[in-house]
Write a protein that binds this ligand. Structure first.
Ligand SMILES: Nc1nc(=O)c2c([nH]1)NC[C@@H]1CN(c3ccc(C(=O)N[C@@H](CCC(=O)O)C(=O)O)cc3)C=[N+]21
Length: 294
């Protein structure tokens, strides 16, 4: 059994990005600038955005955190997005999800300039991804592909079963694993809350990608020997540690890891990769802006 060490790989990627930024600095070029908009005071969201800002500092990017109150109206957020679209110093930005109820998420994501959409959530970029055109791939799916690639996990002709059809993970992952090339060429099954007899399906999977958010959902009985297990779940459970919580994935790691050929831990698996790939998309955005002389 091999642990897919997202913590280590994400550090490698950050070092590679930092080397690129150092070259830019040596040439007196502008360094990439990422902005993150966060609406409201959700604890988990603030933690993630904080990690993104710290990761920017670590690789030498400029970063801007835009904090808006939980009562922000849709119009106010759209105005802020317009401002970021027009600010030529900003290469890419993200709107941290979820958004408060009064705001229509789809409308907001459509307002982001696709050239600055480093989350890859704009329908234009999602469509390009589905059509194998070069674009920003959403950071979590991109991170999973990168892990599979760096550990040379064979995906060709394999049966990949995805649990969860979210717009951020399950849906894009189902498209990416079925694309031509590596990692890809999988036969994909996308399962969700209306799926019947899920154990029968997961038991046949060569690769399982679980993005559900239910701790200990995936048990050893649901997995065949030598399966590849990617755990995208991140659920906070309260405990008596200093933080007051620990995070746990969808997978019963202790038992499933005994059967798996490769498995991602939580924490230290897909989560850190998400942040590294957001940086990678921002570097890509900077390079494209430079070529278009913006
Ligand atoms: N516009 C937008 N883009 C996102 O990419 C986005 C989002 N909204 N909303 C929420 C999800 C979730 N997400 C994570 C990022 C890093 C970790 C991460 O670093 N996790 C660490 C542990 C972090 C902890 O201790 O809480 C780990 O798994 O080792 C987790 C989850 C990005 N998301």
């Amino acid at each position: 059994m091999t642990i897919l060490d997202g913590k280590k790989v994400s550090n490698d990627i950050k070092n590679e990005i930092k080397a690129e930024v150092d070259k830019m600095k040596a040439n007196d070029e502008k360094v990439p600038h990422l902005a993150a908009v966060i609406v409201g005071n959700d604890g988990a969201s603030l933690t993630y955005v904080g990690s993104k800002v710290r990761a920017c500092e670590r690789v030498g990017f400029e970063s801007t955190m835009v904090r808006l109150s939980s009562t922000t109206s849709e119009i106010e957020l759209l105005d802020k997005i317009e401002e970021l679209n027009e600010n030529s110093d900003i290469d890419g930005f993200i709107i941290q999800l979820p958004l408060p109820r009064q705001i229509n998420t789809q409308k907001v994501l459509m307002a982001v300039n696709p050239d600055k959409d480093v989350d890859g959530f704009h329908p234009m970029n999602f469509g390009k991804m589905a059509l194998d055109m070069s674009t920003f791939i959403p950071a979590t799916p991109f991170g999973i592909l990168e892990l599979l690639e760096r550990y040379k996990v064979d995906t060709d002709g394999k049966h990949t079963v995805i649990i969860g059809r979210s717009h951020i993970v399950g849906r894009p992952m189902s498209i990416l694993m079925g694309r031509k090339g590596f990692p890809g060429n999988s036969t994909v099954t996308l399962t969700h809350s209306h799926t019947k007899n899920i154990t029968q399906i997961t038991s046949q999977a060569d690769i399982i990608i679980s993005a559900l958010g239910i701790p200990n959902f995936l048990k050893a009985e649901m997995v065949k020997d030598d399966a590849v297990i990617i755990d995208v779940g991140i659920t906070r459970v309260t405990d008596d540690s200093d933080k007051g919580y620990r995070i746990t994935g969808d997978v019963d790691f202790e038992n499933v890891s005994k059967k798996a050929s490769f498995i991602t831990p939580v924490p230290g698996g897909v989560g850190p990769m998400t942040i590294a790939m957001l940086l990678k998309n921002t570097l890509l955005a900077r390079e494209q802006h430079r070529q278009h002389k913006r």
